[in-house]
Ligand binder design. Structure first.
Ligand code: FE2
Length: 380
């Protein structure tokens, strides 16, 4: 079977990437809308971007939580009122996802929910993504995730036109991420590459990126968490996040992301955190459907030399569980989620997870009841 492999047109990465990217930030555009959040302004990160621009620009810093359809409409209005002709996102996954959805909204009248489940085809303005966390990989994917405020569903929107033209991966921006954000976003990246490698839709090139990302994450995420100023570890994690993004963009995410979105939509837990809460139990549940893949990953990462796939898989799962412990991922109860309300919502969450299509990319067949059980198990 033939495979398609998609990456951003240009990736500028490493130390001083922001400076090196200056001539390319708005393509042939003359007035970009910068999509960002108030913290980027406070931290001085916006100034580091605007210092590189020799064009006019407008700033919309309306990203105050994970994006929803109402926010995106506001962003599209800002773009039009300021007569912008290109987009730059500076921030975490929320800013980059918002940029993509704003680009989608400016030339058509359908609500965003119209595009759910479709392969979106549209003409987009030039899009430049500058991630300030190492995790979502949105700078290198054709996806955006937007909350629908009326249905309370996190919509997964997909289309090649949503791939940024330029990704600027400059680790200077990730140095200011708080420890909890470093942990949650880093685990998001770990989910991306693990899910991509153990997906039914994996392909040789996505495997290459998934394994490389996983190697960098296991070697550097704990260091970023313990030593936030360690520049080399931050560089490695920034690259890992992009690689992991490329891997799932050309394979898919599976059960963890499928089950994570409904938790985020209903309980407003950050994406990386709900992934982190799900990761161990979900991977333990699906491993027996894909011992060969988990085993191969384990050997490639140096966690096992066993030729027995089941044994090698166990070594991988143990390393993954240790990583979660080392990063002090909080439990649902520690996050203040009421158990009764959570349990009442399990049937809806399992249905919404199934409907998203992601769980069925898992090699093991997943039923709605399996996910209901997993949702019960992860509450601690
Ligand atoms: Fe993710």
């Amino acid at each position: 079977m033939a495979n398609t492999f998609l990456v951003p047109k240009k990736i500028i990465s490493g130390k001083d990437a922001m400076h090196a990217a200056a001539p390319y930030l708005c393509g042939s555009g003359r007035k970009p809308l910068i999509v960002t959040d108030p913290t980027m302004i406070e931290l001085g990160n916006l100034a580091k971007l605007t210092d590189q621009l020799d064009t006019e620009y407008a700033v919309w810093s309306g990203i105050e939580h994970e994006p929803d359809d109402v926010m995106i409409k506001q962003g599209a209005v800002e773009y039009q009122q300021n007569a912008c002709d290109s987009l730059i996102a500076l921030g975490g996954g929320s800013a980059i996802d918002s940029m993509k959805a704003i680009g989608l909204m400016i030339h058509q009248d359908h609500p965003l929910s119209y595009f759910m489940g479709k392969q979106i085809q549209c003409t987009m303005p030039h899009m430049c993504a500058i991630p300030t966390t190492a995790g979502t990989g949105s700078e290198a994917t054709k996806f955006t995730i937007i909350n629908d405020t009326s249905s309370k569903v996190k919509m997964l929107l997909s289309g090649e036109c949503l791939m940024p033209d330029l990704a600027v991966i400059d680790p200077q921006f990730t140095m200011t991420a708080p420890k909890s954000v470093t942990a949650a976003t880093g685990i998001d990246a770990l989910c991306h590459c693990t899910e991509a490698y153990t997906s039914r839709r994996s392909q040789p090139l996505s495997d290459t990126f998934a394994l490389s990302a996983a190697k960098r994450i296991f070697a550097n995420l704990r260091t970023c968490y313990e030593e936030p100023d360690n520049e080399n570890a931050r560089i490695q994690m920034s690259l890992a996040a992009a690689e992991a993004g490329i891997s799932f963009n050309n394979s898919s995410v599976t059960i963890v992301h499928g089950m994570s979105r409904p938790i985020g939509a209903l309980f407003h837990i950050a994406h990386g955190l709900s992934n982190a809460i799900l990761l161990e139990e979900c991977m333990r549940f699906v491993a027996d459907g894909a011992y060969d893949r988990f085993g191969a990953m384990s050997r490639a990462l140096g966690f096992s030399t066993s030729k027995d796939d089941k044994e090698a898989s166990e070594a991988f799962l143990a390393e993954e569980a240790q990583m979660l412990k080392d990063l002090h991922i909080p439990s649902m109860s520690q996050l203040g989620i009421d158990r009764k309300i959570y349990e009442e919502n399990i049937p809806k969450m399992a249905r919404d997870a199934f409907a998203s299509g992601s769980p069925s990319n898992t090699i093991k067949d997943i039923r709605v009841e399996d996910m209901e059980n997993l949702y019960r198990q992860i509450y601690r």
